[in-house]
Design a binder for this molecule. Structure first.
Ligand SMILES: [Fe+2]
Length: 269
């Protein structure tokens, strides 16, 4: 199966890039499943029911979340039945689930959304939790396992990959909004520290530059805003899985409405 994963879709500009490019990407790369991190999809904070429906209608199969999963309150009841994940390591009494299931023909895929600790809300230890969860999925016959590791610290993401290489099919980082160029396939596990945002590229992590600049100059926080018009980028990774192993992976990028290009191929270690 061939999967497209877009991390951190930020606001209307991000949704607009998906609307414009997704059909072509799916056709060009024979994509079976599309997964996005949607925790910033509604004006940078959470995803609303309206925007989630809009994204599903564009051809998204599953959405993951993170620390902003809770920002749009109308989405919370739907987390129990829509394919919208929140990190697994939130307390079990929190709405929703951290593991979702997709399939292509008779091939099954388990998707796990996990969150790091550094600068994040207090959640359960992702490292101890994930070992048990992967074991549970393997016992249930899942070979294809994809993890969206939503974390600030690059070290947490890298350590997770070291722990799970050969045991899961792919680990892609999200949350920083800045893409990294360390794509690799190690013992059949595809890894990239962060895929990077889809949205405005000429602000600060997809947001208008004004508020972050003021915050750093004055140490006074103010609400971040997604600009109405901006220069845009789409960033994603495409990875092909066979019998639980990743056999090929690469990064794709599009600037505004220019052609989508393959920007980097994963190195097979
Ligand atoms: Fe986040």
């Amino acid at each position: 199966m061939k999967i497209l994963y877009l991390a951190d879709v930020v606001g209307k500009p991000g949704r607009g890039m998906i609307k414009h490019h997704l059909k072509t990407i799916k056709q060009e790369h024979n994509i079976d499943l599309v997964i996005i991190n949607a925790e910033n999809a509604s004006h940078g904070f959470g995803v609303s029911v309206k925007n989630s429906k809009e994204l599903f209608a564009m051809g998204i199969d599953m959405m993951t979340g993170g620390n902003h999963s809770w920002d749009k309150k109308d989405i919370l009841p739907t987390l129990d039945f829509e394919p919208i994940l929140r990190p697994l390591n939130y307390p079990s009494i929190a709405p929703g689930t951290g593991v979702g299931y997709l399939s292509v023909g008779d091939e099954k895929l388990a998707v796990i959304n996990l969150m790091g600790h550094f600068t994040m809300p207090m959640v359960d230890n992702p490292f101890t939790m994930i070992v048990a969860e992967v074991e549970r999925l393997q016992n249930e016959g899942y070979k294809n396992i994809f993890i969206d590791m939503h974390a600030e610290a690059t070290s947490e993401k890298r350590a997770l990959m070291m722990m799970l290489q050969g045991k899961v099919s792919a680990i892609c980082g999200s949350h920083t909004h800045i893409g990294t160029d360390d794509l690799e396939i190690n013992k059949g596990t595809f890894y990239v520290t962060d895929v990077g945002l889809t949205g405005c590229r000429d602000g600060v992590i997809g947001m208008d530059k004004k508020q972050p600049m003021e915050r750093f100059l004055t140490s006074i926080s103010s609400k971040f805003d997604v600009p109405n018009s901006c220069k845009k980028i789409l960033q994603g990774v495409v990875f092909e899985l066979e019998d639980g192993k990743c056999i090929e992976a690469f990064k794709i990028k599009a600037y505004d409405y220019e052609k989508v290009e393959v920007s980097q191929r994963a190195r097979v270690e």
